[in-house]
Write a protein that binds this ligand. Structure first.
Ligand SMILES: NC(=O)c1ccc[n+]([C@@H]2O[C@H](COP(=O)([O-])OP(=O)(O)OC[C@H]3O[C@@H](n4cnc5c(N)ncnc54)[C@H](O)[C@@H]3O)[C@@H](O)[C@H]2O)c1
Length: 269
């Protein structure tokens, strides 16, 4: 076990934590001593497996089911967390989905579904976390800030994405949601930042890496020459949640192997 834990005694909620990036973030926060809520909406057995991994590493964890786009389920999830751990110090707004289609055939249902989960879900969870941060204030033994929120965005908050207008719009929205919340909450010593992952090897983008051909094509977009791993994001989430990043407020950290360097321009333009 890590003996110099940076998040000892803090309580964290990670949405969509039974898969991919959320799972790695939940485990990384647990390794630093945080009590972790593993939020999930389907596949309870995966959530239980993540809880067990965190417990086996010596931290407390529970799984709580809630659809992040449903106001009453989100409120009930926070209440269950407070009943179990007393409070919240760290929220990681991670849950997200893709429902891809060409613009001319994208249904209103698929537009709204993606906006509701990816953007409204982040608002609903942030609002509940902030209420508690404001009520409780700073607890100096745990952290020098009154609370931290990490919004999982994407390189598509800046890179337009044909065939994915709902997803890219949701991530562009997260950028302004994060910055506006950060500006409003900074005087209360609440720190809000985003992580913008590039291509990370998870179920959400399996077709982009699961054959040799598709991986080769993907790597032309990544100057650093490898696909990202969920653990790459977990490490950055720990840093953003800890006092080591105390002066970072309203910033997006791009964790993308250089994808936002637009490598197509290295040989063209
Ligand atoms: N994998 C990548 O390359 C990549 C790149 C950029 C951004 N992201 C973002 O990272 C986040 C995690 O994605 P991932 O790659 O781990 O994919 P994933 O599909 O493995 O995980 C998504 C998680 O969100 C959960 N979820 C979906 N709808 C939900 C809802 N209504 N309520 C609660 N949870 C819900 C899923 O159950 C799952 O646990 C997403 O916000 C995604 O947009 C991923």
């Amino acid at each position: 076990m890590n003996t110099n834990q940076k998040l000892k005694g803090q309580s964290a909620l990670v949405t969509g934590a039974n898969s991919g990036i959320g799972e790695a973030v939940a485990i990384a926060l647990g390794n630093e001593g945080a009590n972790v809520v593993v939020n999930y909406v389907t596949n309870p057995e995966n959530a239980d497996a993540v809880v067990k991994k965190i417990q086996d590493n010596g931290s407390k964890a529970i799984a709580i089911k809630a659809d992040v786009s449903n106001e009453s389920e989100v409120q009930s999830m926070f209440q269950q967390m407070f009943d179990k751990f007393g409070t919240i110090d760290i929220l990681v707004n991670n849950a997200g989905i893709q429902k891809d289609s060409p613009l001319e055939s994208m249904s209103l249902h698929d537009w709204q579904l993606v906006i509701n989960v990816n953007l409204t879900g982040q608002f609903l969870c942030a609002r509940e976390a902030v209420k508690e941060f404001l009520k409780r204030g700073i607890v100096a033994e745990r952290s020098c800030s009154a609370g931290k929120i990490i919004c999982m965005s994407s390189v598509h908050q800046v890179i337009p994405w044909a065939g994915h207008v709902n997803y890219a719009s949701s991530k562009g929205g997260i950028d302004m949601l994060m910055q506006s919340m950060a500006q409003e909450m900074a005087p209360k010593k609440i720190r809000i930042n985003s992580i913008a992952p590039g291509a990370i090897k998870t179920p959400i983008n399996k077709p982009a890496w699961d054959t040799e051909e598709s991986l080769k094509r993907l790597l032309t977009l990544i100057p650093y020459g490898r696909i990202g791993l969920p653990e790459d994001i977990g490490k950055v989430a720990v840093w953003l949640a800890s006092d080591d990043s105390d002066y970072l407020v309203g910033t997006t950290v791009f964790v993308d192997g250089g994808m936002t360097l637009y490598p197509g321009f290295s040989t063209n333009g």
